[in-house]
Design a protein around this ligand. Sequence first.
Ligand code: ATR
Length: 287
Amino acid sequence: MPNRNHTGAIALITGAAKLAGVIGWPVAHSRSPRLHGAWLARHGIDGAYVPLAVHPADLAAAVRGLATCGFAGVNVTVPHKEAVMALCDTLAPSAQAAGAVNTLVFRDGLIEGRNTDGAGFIASLAAAGVALKGDALLLGAGGAARAIAASLLAQGMAVTLTNRTRARADALAAVLPGVCVADWETRDVALKNANILVNTTTLGMAGDAALPVSLDHARADLVVADIVYVPRLTPLLVAAQARGLPIVPGLGMLLHQAVAGFAAWFGVTPVVDANLVAIVGSDIPER
Ligand code: ATR
């Protein structure tokens, strides 16, 4: 049986194919192979993007081995995003600001670490027509919150962070000057002045009906963004829609963060459009 890609076309690669992939543990859940595969097919590129299950104990050997094998680079996902920093010869400002790497570029014998999560989030807001000004309230203080907070600050927005575990929010504010911290218990009130709300917690993931915050105090023009993308419409986004508030679903960030890596590895800057959303989102429940 020939190897057919999602469009039904036969995927052929030559001995000169460019190679990239995603390293994670586990990695089978990753949607990146489908995403990059769709772009490779669309652009008719002689290349492949493959899932790479790498145990944490094997990270250094795997990364160096991939570079040795001629890979153009890889994406890095859970649990390697922080550990892989020590293996990089250079760290882009985006990786330093985020304190994590999600994209490696192998070039001229060097390993460069970048982080495209924050820029991907900003691009997803811009694509939705959201004005990047005023106050942002971020729920959560994990790795994604840090990358997003750094990017919103870089856009000139005021950023307030609130997290169930206050110490994690304080630790994040300590490395991102300018970030304010609000107690988790006061988050509903802290929302009052926000122009943009961003959920970076895991609340609202498939099967979890919990709302991370009440929208009762929200401004009438609050933009509600969620980085959870399974389901595509989290209970928070559904609640926002019911109030007539503009929403930015998390799938946009996933797609937009991938653009820079693809461009670096395969030499073509791909676009995020409705067709891509349909391909990558096809197996993700709406609610
Ligand atoms: P990532 O690095 O991918 O952003 P993470 O580090 O696992 O993810 O962070 C998950 C976030 O969801 C954290 O802010 C976490 O809060 P704590 O720091 O208090 O653990 C938040 N989170 C997870 N479950 C939560 C819950 N039931 N209520 C509130 N916040 C929750």
